[in-house]
Write a protein that binds this ligand. Sequence first.
Ligand code: DLL
Length: 432
Amino acid sequence: MYWNKSYECMPREKLQELQLERLKRMVSRIYHDVPFYRNKFQECGIMPEDIQSLADLQKLPFTTKVDLRDNYPYGLFTVPLEQIVRIHASSGTTGKPTVVGYTRNDIATWSELMARSLMAAGARPHSVIQNAYGYGLFTGGLGVHYGAERLGASIIPISGGNTAKQIMIMKDFGSTVLTCTPSYAIYLAEVLKEQGIDPEALKLEVGIFGAEPWSENIRKEIEKKLKIKAYDIYGLSEIMGPGVAIECECQNGLHMWEDHFIPEIIDPVTLEVLPHGEQGELVITTITKEGIPILRYRTRDITKIIDEPCACGRTHLRISRLQGRTDDMLIIRGVNVFPTQIESVLLEVSEVEPHYQLVVRRDGSLDTLEVKVELSETLFSDKISNLEKLERRIKERINSVTGINAKISLVEPKSLPRSEGKSQRVVDLRKI
Ligand code: DLL
């Protein structure tokens, strides 16, 4: 089932023609309207007329989060503020937030792409969508909200947090679709269990989770615990918000809406563009945005492009589940490791819960990794010797997957912090 079949299933040749036409228009617009881009073009010795094919995109300069910060708050907007109808911002870990602005057309496009995304992931006009993404400067809440209205579903704008109320509403209002971060979905499942509520007794069928990395094993866990189908949704405020890419019913990669965005994968060190199928940093160019078009944005997200046709019939390229971010990648004694790799291992061990924290320390000149993970209730009072055996097993498994010799600390059930939005799973004490 499609929301907009003629675009979602457009033959690739036609799609690429459309992309080129839109790209040319966007490049000429930013060159003429934004001094920042004009200067960058001049530095690279390139003019908008030099873009004659999609491959020519590679000649253009990248844009980074630093560029957005340097032009804080409105320096990269291409239209005067009176044409901006919405402003969002994403708070980074340091300094000022990145600010984005949307024209009326941008909001219409975003709603269209979110409606497509919700539909691809199994929502329908008769769905009751409980939207537990945060409403506010974060794009999650309002992004999903407008898409759900466009779809014609009934949206419950409950926002994040207040778990007891979430559960009451889920039961009483008969929510069929849940939208929130995967870590919050796991927490909701835990509280449902505590309250003795059988998920089978709820009407929930589908979950659409994103805004943070999550592994295939977490998906299985959520699907089992909530008795739903769980879909991955990707997006970022700099490009639009949620709905840049979405999994379809095949649950095998996320379609990126290529009539509005052009994806590329680069090697984050050499900045060279990599062929389809190779893993690297995702770079996205927006080709229809009016408020703040972005050229070759370096997302820092790690993925690869899948170009095999998808059984769902959509022709738009897929990106594989996001591995993590280049800036989340931990380098421990020279070994690169992503938190999702460790998450995957932990989720294979039935004696522990999907709640964990990674603590990185510097011991003299050596970096150490401690993996704190919650024991399941049933094992908590088990014999010490059994727990030691379990620790050893997890340690060996992590070592074989990542090559890192981690210290495993089994902690009490429910002792690690729970998150209502994006979770903070890494505590890096080396920076202090
Ligand atoms: O997180 C937008 C969003 C809201 C996406 C709701 C999906 C659902 P930002 O706050 O700007 O925007 O954060 C963007 O979050 O660069 C990724 O690192 C990460 N991220 C988003 N979706 C996924 C995902 C929203 N499905 C940053 N898997 C991105 C992994 C994700 N990481």
